[in-house]
Design a binder for this molecule. Structure first.
Ligand code: SF4
Ligand code: SF4
Length: 433
């Protein structure tokens, strides 16, 4: 059987007779001898080896068909997707004044009204029923979603029993700054479907308090860490943070500070830090610098690898590499703004040119063109690209902020060329010993 088109082969340092194989399609890893790899390349491999690697999609019976299947990946994914996943922007108020907040001047008093909430419940149930879905997952965002706990309660108290009556499962998550996350609240919300909380801390107290202060300028680090200590073990906690070219070296110190407070890696489902994206639209703070316009910037490669190493070295979990289609690619995933407008990405709310319908009428005709769905299919480089399953044309929001439109792909090739091999070596060292 021929090798898969989506196979990368790397040397193993210190082991000249062995090779590391990685499938970008299934994200599986294998180590084989150089000799065995040669037999695979000339199609004379043993049936046992062929069968093992076929199970990992590293060899395939029909490479042309494999390429074709990848072209239809989005369609197949949507056909099999049992979930309806919706990000809900409850309102634009926030008790923080983060220097890089992408919602910037959009923030304010605007919030979801009772009428919009009623319509949201009705339209989610109708869509869940019509799509014969198995699970409804809401991701609550703001502003700060915990300034809207009454609204959260009123939505989930209606949705949870209604979804159960339809034979489905209801879950929700919170994407919160963590300052209002109390034990009592989490204990109340878990039985109602809260499955995970994503909290952002930007490294050390000094750095975090500078970049993510309360609105009155006061530091928020101590309060967030205290809240997380209180909530440990009640639900899944994902720890995140946003770094710049200047401050990323202080992010690992956060993990040490948390360990000193008694946290262990088991307290966090995963830890991941992200480069702050350069926002060029009218809402952003024009004075904020040090962010990235593209993942291609060499400092982003160096920072992401170094932080991943520090996270894994301390025993924390880092999300595994996987083909990860974004909301744009999934038919049953979208963002509902507080006024009921639909978008295909949380970071582009407030941009009327990217609105793609509302909760009363549903998705409007033509949103696929507006969001350049399947735009990678027009790029010859993408059709042949070994990284296609990990990229599918990259991030629309990043492309928009950089180019002012989404027409061009946000190519991940340089980033993956620079980081994939070292990431796999990190995985071998820390995940698979
Ligand atoms: S907590 Fe989130 S919404 Fe609030 S200012 Fe910071 S980044 Fe913006
Ligand atoms: S955008 Fe770049 S990395 Fe992504 S599939 Fe196309 S060529 Fe490959």
């Amino acid at each position: 059987m021929p090798l898969s088109h989506y196979l990368k082969t790397f040397p193993l340092p210190g082991q000249p007779d062995r090779r590391l194989l990685f499938s970008t399609r299934t994200c599986s890893l294998a180590i084989v001898s150089a000799e065995a790899l040669a037999t695979l390349q000339d199609n004379s491999a043993s049936p046992e080896l062929t069968a093992s690697l076929a199970r990992l999609s590293m060899v395939v019976a029909d490479p042309a068909r494999e390429r074709q299947e990848m072209g239809g990946y989005r369609r197949e994914l949507n056909r099999l997707n049992p979930n309806l996943r919706v990000s809900v922007i409850l309102g634009m108020a926030c008790n923080f004044a983060c220097l890089y907040c992408y919602e910037g001047s959009l923030k304010g008093a605007a919030a979801m009204s009772d009428a919009t909430a009623d319509q949201l419940v009705a339209s989610l149930l109708a869509r869940f029923r019509a799509g014969k879905k198995k699970r409804l997952i809401l991701d609550f965002y703001g502003g700060e979603p915990l300034l809207y706990t009454q609204r959260i309660r009123s939505l989930i108290e209606r949705l949870q029993p209604a979804i159960k009556a339809l034979g489905g499962k209801f879950e929700f998550t919170l994407v919160t700054n963590g300052s209002l996350l109390t034990r009592a609240l989490v204990e109340e919300l878990v039985p109602l479907g809260l499955v995970s909380v994503k909290v952002t801390i930007d490294g050390t107290a000094a750095n975090h308090n500078r970049f993510r202060p309360f609105k009155d300028g006061g530091g928020s680090w101590e309060q967030i860490v205290g809240n997380l200590l209180d909530c440990r073990g009640l639900c899944v906690i994902t720890l995140s943070g946003n770094y710049t070219a200047d401050n990323y070296p202080v992010f690992p110190d956060l993990l040490d500070a948390l360990a000193e407070r008694g946290f262990t890696p088991a307290d966090f489902c995963s830890v991941q830090f992200y480069p702050v994206m350069q926002i060029s639209d009218q809402f952003a703070n024009p004075e904020f610098t040090g962010c990235c316009c593209s993942n291609d910037e060499p400092w982003v490669h160096a920072a992401s690898l170094s932080l991943r190493e520090e996270i894994l070295r301390r025993g924390h979990s880092f999300p595994k590499l996987s083909p990860s289609p974004c909301m744009v690619d999934l038919d049953d995933a979208f963002t509902v703004d507080h006024d009921g407008t639909l978008y295909k990405c949380v970071t582009l709310i407030g941009h009327p040119e990217f609105a793609c319908g509302d909760i009363r009428q549903g998705m409007a005709d033509g949103w696929q063109q507006t969001w350049c769905l399947d735009h990678w299919q027009d790029e010859p480089g993408c059709r042949d690209c070994v990284y296609l399953p990990l990229c599918f044309g990259g991030c629309r929001a990043m492309a928009f902020q950089r180019d002012g439109h989404m027409g061009r792909v946000d190519c991940q090739r340089t980033l993956l060329d620079a980081t994939l091999e070292p990431m796999l070596r990190q995985d071998l060292r820390y995940r698979y010993a």
